[in-house]
Design a protein around this ligand. Structure first.
Ligand code: FAD
Ligand code: PYC
Length: 416
C-alpha cells in the first residue's frame, strides 16, 4: 500500500467516509420507464445491466422493496457450479459460469471468484450409479466433471473422514474443478454500480404493491412511492414470486420454503474445496475469513419466515460431524434463513407470461446464485426482443401444462 493510500484511507475514516462518492445514485422514481425490473437481487440487477449494455434500452429502473441484495442474494452460501444433468440446464448454468469467470473484469469489481472445486459425495450403490450417469452427461456437454474414489476424495479434502466405520461411508465423489464460490454481496454491488453507470435508476425502499393491466397489456406499477407507467415489467422477486404474480392474476406452480445456513467461528484454513452430500444432507466450505459456511436442506413446510427450524440445524450438525469429526469442538457463530421459491421440477421459470409486457424470472429455488449473470443475460434478451433467448426458451411457464419438465432435483443437490 502506498503512503498516499494509507493517508487517504485514514483521512476518509476520520471523516466518516463523507467524501467518498456513492457507488450508485439514489434517484427518486421517474413517472415513466421503458422497462421496470421488480427485485433488486443479483438476478434483477444483472438483467438491468444487460438490458442497458447489450440491448441499449434507455430508461430502465430496478425497484427494490428493501435494500440491494437483502433477499436471497445476500443470504446464500455462494456455491457456483454448472454440473447439471439435462442439456437445457447444463447450457444455461454453464453460460452463467463462463460469465462469472470474466465478471470481475467485466464489472471492474472484485467478486472474489474462487474456483476451488465442488465435490458431491456418494455414500451408497445408488449414489455411485447416479454419479456415473451424471458425470458422463455433463462431460458430453463439454463441461468439466470427474469421478474420485475415496482415496481421491481424501487427497482433495485431507480433513474428511473416509473410514468405513460410519453410518454412510464415503464411496466416491464427483468433482467439478471449475466450481467454487464468489462473494455474493460483491456480485450484487458490482452489477448495481455498472448498471447505474449506464443510466439505470436503482430505487431502494420501493415496494411494488400492484400491477396495472388493461386489455391484457401491462400499463404500469403501483408502488409505495407512487405510480409508475411502463409497458414492460420483469418480475425477479425470488421468495415472493407468487405474491407478485398474483397481482397480475397469475398462479405459479411454486412453493415457498425457508432455507437456512450458518457460519462457524473463524479458524485457520483447513478446507480448500466445497463439499456437498445429498445423502446425509449437509454441505460445507470455508470462507476467506476462515468461517465454515454450512447448509442443509429446505424446511419441509411452506413459509415466508426468513429463519430456519431447529431440527434442520440439529441434523446438519450430526451429518457434518460424521463427515468431519475434526470440527466437533467448533462453535457456531450465526444462523439465518432465506425464502426459496421451488418449482415442481427444481428448474426455474424464465420467460414471457400470458400478460403482454409482463415477463417472469423465478423458481431458482435453492440454486440460483450460480446462475445470476446467465439468468440476467438471457432475461434481458427476452424482455428487449419480446422473445426468449435459446438458453431460456425451454424454461417456460407452459412446461407445467405441456409436460416438458426439466427435472433437476438431483443437481439441485443437498438443498432439496
Ligand atoms: P433475491 O436476491 O431474493 O432478490 C429478490 C428481491 O426482490 C429481494 O431483494 C426482495 O426484497 C425483492 N422484492 C420482493 N418483493 C418485492 C416487491 N413487492 N417490490 C419490490 N421488491 C420486492 N444458490 C446457489 O447457486 N448456490 C448456493 O450456495 C446457494 N445457497 C443458498 C443458501 C441459502 C440459505 C439460500 C436462502 C439460498 C441459496 N441459494 C444458493 C439460492 C440463491 O440465493 C437464489 O436462488 C438467488 O440468490 C436468487 O436471486 P434473486 O436475485 O432472484 O433473488
Ligand atoms: O445450488 O449448489 C447449490 C447450493 C448449495 C447450497 C444451496 N444451493
Amino acid at each position: 500500500m502506498t503512503r498516499y493510500s494509507i493517508f487517504s484511507l485514514a483521512r476518509n475514516a476520520l471523516g466518516y467516509h463523507r467524501g467518498w462518492p456513492r457507488a450508485w445514485r439514489s434517484p427518486e422514481p421517474a413517472p415513466t420507464y421503458d422497462v421496470v425490473i421488480v427485485g433488486g437481487g443479483g438476478h434483477g440487477l444483472a438483467t438491468a445491466y444487460y438490458l442497458a449494455k447489450e440491448h441499449d434500452v434507455g430508461r430502465v429502473a430496478v425497484l427494490e422493496k428493501g435494500w440491494l441484495g437483502g433477499g436471497n442474494t445476500g443470504r446464500n452460501t455462494t456455491i457456483i457450479r454448472s454440473n447439471y444433468l439435462w442439456d437445457e440446464s447444463a447450457h444455461f448454468y454453464e453460460k452463467a459460469l463462463q460469465l462469472y469467470e470474466g465478471l470481475s473484469r467485466e464489472l471492474n469489481f472484485n467478486i472474489m471468484l474462487s474456483q476451488r472445486g465442488v465435490l458431491n459425495l456418494a455414500h451408497n450403490e445408488h449414489d455411485l450409479k447416479e454419479m456415473s450417469r451424471r458425470v458422463r452427461a455433463i462431460r458430453l456437454n463439454g463441461i468439466d466433471s470427474e469421478i474420485l474414489d475415496p482415496a481421491g476424495v481424501k487427497t482433495e479434502v485431507p480433513v474428511i473422514n473416509i473410514s468405513g466405520d460410519v453410518r454412510y461411508p464415503i464411496l466416491g465423489a464427483s468433482l467439478q474443478r471449475r466450481g467454487g464460490v464468489a462473494r455474493h454481496d460483491a456480485v450484487a454491488w458490482g452489477f448495481a454500480r455498472a448498471a447505474d453507470a449506464r443510466g439505470v435508476d436503482i430505487v431502494q425502499n420501493c415496494e411494488v404493491t400492484g400491477i396495472e393491466i388493461a386489455n391484457g397489456r401491462v400499463r404500469g406499477l403501483q408502488t409505495s412511492r407512487g405510480t409508475i407507467a411502463t409497458r414492460k415489467v420483469g418480475l425477479v422477486a425470488a421468495g415472493h414470486s407468487s405474491v407478485l404474480a398474483a397481482m397480475a392474476g397469475l398462479r405459479l406452480p411454486i412453493e415457498s420454503h425457508p432455507l437456512q445456513a450458518m457460519v462457524s467461528e473463524p479458524i485457520k484454513p483447513v478446507l480448500n474445496s466445497v463439499v456437498m452430500s445429498n445423502t446425509v444432507h449437509v454441505y460445507v466450505s470455508q470462507s476467506d475469513k476462515g468461517e465454515l459456511v454450512i447448509g442443509a436442506g429446505i424446511d419441509g413446510f411452506n413459509s415466508y419466515a426468513q429463519r430456519g427450524s431447529f431440527q434442520v440445524v440439529e441434523n446438519q450438525m450430526g451429518a457434518l460431524l460424521e463427515l468431519f469429526p475434526i470440527f466437533s469442538r467448533l462453535r457456531m457463530l450465526r444462523q439465518w434463513g432465506g425464502i426459496v421459491d421451488v418449482c415442481p421440477d427444481a428448474s426455474p421459470i424464465v420467460g414471457k407470461t400470458p400478460v403482454d409486457g409482463l415477463y417472469i424470472n423465478c423458481g431458482w429455488g435453492t440454486g440460483g446464485f450460480k446462475a445470476t449473470p446467465g439468468s440476467g443475460w438471457a432475461f434481458a434478451h427476452t424482455i428487449a426482443q419480446n422473445e426468449p433467448h435459446e438458453l431460456n426458451a425451454p424454461f417456460t411457464l407452459e412446461r407445467f401444462s405441456t409436460g416438458a419438465l426439466i427435472d433437476e432435483h438431483g443437481a439441485a443437490a443437498v438443498a432439496h
